[in-house]
Design a protein around this ligand. Structure first.
Ligand SMILES: [Zn+2]
Length: 715
């Protein structure tokens, strides 16, 4: 998953003395009776206090060390070893545990080569150069996989080079405006701003035969601060591996959109056209590069000087190309159906066992993956540890809780997507999905959620102590760096305003739950300067040096994750805020209406959608009164509350990407990570397609009226 590191001030110098006593939980008075979802919160407050006392920073550190002893790429023996380790921890806590296998199509690299020549035929670079710095303990392990892109095509191509900045649609439009033809060319572009699969998608559409994606020092290298090992930023040879799957079409196994790749699924049930227009795999080659290897190519490149905001931090003027350099790319990718391992640990609900609360984190990594994703796994294991302590004291959750350790997230959310596709029926009764991926790269908490759960996650953080002082919520408000790229905004909340919680786009395992199955979802993380994303150097040495030396933030994240599950599982009434949801939707419709007017699509009638959103808001207000009182027919109330999110799905799916069914949230076709809100409508307006925009407004109106109808049925 993609996380943009944010700068940190003198934070550690100031807070270290306080952190030494952070492990304790002070006794707190029971929360006020008004906690949404509970008729009387006092008993639950005691359960939560007991839970919060258990997750251990020291144990989380040990777990993190064990998980990151070796590189554990999906579908390798080392990945299987981590599955066994997680399963053993789940069982020790009393969870009913199984390892679920899927057989999925994935590539591993056999040969990856990049050679650049000047017009005289002189070799400028032959790479990729092995990742190395002075004194990193993990870099020489033979299990470190060579830099490559998941879902890259295979081939052997030579061509002239064009620089495309971040590879955004506006960057490609700029090249087109200057009549720079990409047919038969190799595009070089830098990481950042959008999902890497979008860069390849746009280059492929414009006729490029290969793509090089490099990490510019301006974005996560020396321009930001000292590179590793002196600091947290990317060193010259550090490479960002990553998937270039077209996940904005669909994630998961390329051969089985909408279907689970179970071990016994026959080959005849697998599709073959996954490189087609609605497929999720590029045909062309894509190779990731360090700036060590990109530098000679960019330096030799001719053509016009770049627009100022295309200039990176390498010490020469960048040019757009073509000319001055030719590149030869070789990519031999071994595509096989490979077996992957999800670990599922379950605590059966005592009152409503069919309703489930799901907690998930992926386990596979490009290399050691200490921040991404093992910090999330260690946090989840300590949340499970806390749950185990409650179970031993005789506590039973009202609803079922499932902890899930996903495999093959890095290749395209594969383990979670296949499981969601297999569990489609049962997930109609799943009341929430709580994701964590990059749990800790630094001290700044951030979250993204459906609007109905934004207040829920704020409330949870009000109960968890911060390693600095006070609560996580207080630190979150104060931190000017709160949030990250695809989550909350970076602006601090104004006086009297709530701390912002972001919208869910994609880039992690919440995507199948929310956007395919309609399960209300939350994603959390604690972020800081992080320049080793998807490189060999995301290892235990980097983590203890730069992110969280005493593992206090792992403990914090374990507490938040576990508390989300406990509070949701035990609630008398599901604590969803549909008033907030309806208001968010009204704001999305207003913004789309303004955009349509600016795009000269003024003939579109937004009236019915606006009326449906207002109807939903009115119904939500009335239901909120019932939720707050938490009396009456709670089973009926809860069923309606759960069904409201499902009502926002459209069974036909979004235009040209039927796997995505949510009418309010999807990953943007041209952003990949960032959410596009009311995507059917907004993407049609962006494409200036009035017919599709009108159709999608109707689809949205119907969804909102369905949701309103469900809420009204409670009365
Ligand atoms: Zn991740």
């Amino acid at each position: 998953m993609k996380v943009r590191a944010v700068s940190v001030s003198v934070f550690f110098a100031v807070i270290l003395p306080v952190m030494t006593r952070c492990g304790r939980i002070e006794a707190q008075s029971p929360a006020p009776q008004s906690t949404l979802g509970y008729t009387d919160f006092s008993a639950e407050a005691k359960v939560e206090q007991k839970f919060l006392a258990v997750p251990s920073a020291e144990l989380a550190g040990e777990e993190l060390k064990t998980l990151t002893e070796e590189p554990h790429l999906a579908a390798t023996p080392e990945d299987h070893k981590t599955a066994e380790y997680v399963a053993e921890k789940f069982r020790a806590a009393g969870l009913e545990t199984q390892i679920v296998e899927y057989r999925v199509l994935m590539n591993q690299p056999k040969v990856v080569r990049v050679e650049a020549y000047d017009p005289a035929g002189r070799l400028l670079i032959s790479g990729p150069t092995r990742e190395h710095v002075t004194n990193d303990p993990g870099q020489d392990n033979p299990l470190v996989v060579m830099p490559f892109n998941g879902s890259s095509g295979s081939g052997d191509v030579t061509g002239e080079v064009v620089y495309a900045n971040y590879g955004r649609i506006e960057d490609f439009n700029e090249l087109a405006a200057r009549h720079i033809d990409l047919r038969g060319k190799i595009v070089i572009c830098r990481y950042g701003s959008n999902f890497r699969g979008v860069k390849v998608y746009l280059a492929e559409q414009r006729g490029a035969i290969g793509v090089l994606i490099y990490s510019d020092p301006q974005d996560d290298g020396y321009y930001k601060g000292d590179p590793y090992p002196e600091g947290p930023w990317r060193p010259a040879t550090g490479v960002q591996r990553g998937s270039v799957q077209y996940l904005f079409h669909y994630p998961g196994d390329p051969e089985t959109p909408g279907v689970a790749s179970t071990m016994d699924l026959p080959d005849s049930a697998r599709v073959k056209n996954f490189t087609g227009p609605e497929g999720d795999q590029p045909k062309i080659i894509s190779i990731p590069l360090s700036y060590h290897d990109a530098e000679p190519i960019l330096q030799a490149l001719d053509g016009p000087s770049v627009p100022q905001d295309w200039q990176g931090a390498l010490p020469f003027r960048y040019h757009m190309g073509p000319g001055g350099v030719k590149v030869h790319l070789v990519s031999d990718q071994d595509y096989e159906r490979r077996v992957i391992w999800d670990v599922i640990g379950k605590v059966e609900g005592a009152q409503d066992p069919d309703e489930s609360v799901i907690v998930g984190n992926h386990r596979d990594a490009w290399v050691y993956g200490t921040v991404d994703p093992s910090s999330g796994t260690a946090a989840m294991l300590e949340a499970v540890h806390g749950m185990g302590a409650l179970l031993r004291e005789g506590w039973k959750p009202k609803r079922t809780i499932e902890f899930c350790s996903w495999d093959a997230e890095e290749e395209g959310l594969i383990g979670s997507t296949e499981w969601v596709e297999q569990q489609a029926q049962a997930l109609n009764h799943a009341v929430a999905y709580f994701n964590v991926d990059v749990a800790v790269s630094g001290p700044n908490f951030g979250a993204a959620a459906v609007p109905s759960l934004k207040n829920f996650i704020r409330d949870v953080t009000r109960k968890v102590p911060s390693p600095v002082a006070g609560t996580v919520y207080q630190q979150w408000r104060q931190s000017r760096e709160a949030g990250n790229e695809h989550r909350a905004s970076n602006a601090p909340p104004a006086e009297g305003e709530e701390v912002p919680v972001g919208d869910l786009g994609s880039g992690s395992d919440f995507t199948p739950f929310l956007q395919h199955a309609g399960v209300p979802s939350v994603d959390i993380g604690s972020n800081g300067p992080y320049g080793v994303y998807h490189s060999t150097f995301d290892d235990f040495a980097w983590y203890t040096e730069n992110a969280d030396p005493h593992f206090y933030y792992l403990q914090e994240m374990a507490r938040i994750l576990g508390l989300e599950a406990v509070r949701m599982a035990d609630a008398d009434v599901l604590p969803y805020d549909y008033v907030a949801y309806a208001h968010a939707i009204s704001a999305y419709i207003d913004a789309a209406k303004r955009k349509a007017a600016n795009a000269n699509l003024g003939g579109l009638d937004f009236g019915p959608a606006e009326a449906a959103a207002t109807r939903m808001a009115t119904a939500a207000q009335q239901v909120y009164v019932l939720q707050s009182a938490a009396t009456g027919n709670l089973a009926k109330l809860n069923a309606a509350l759960r069904e409201t999110e499902t009502a926002l799905l459209t069974q036909a799916g979004l235009p040209n990407r039927p796997w995505y069914r949510h009418t309010i949230y999807a990953p943007g076709e041209y952003t990949g990570y960032a959410a596009v809100v009311i995507p059917g409508v907004n993407e049609a307006i962006d494409a200036r397609n009035a017919t599709v925009a009108a159709e999608q407004l109707q689809v949205l109106t119907e969804a909102l009226n369905r949701a309103a109808g469900v809420l009204e049925s409670v009365r």
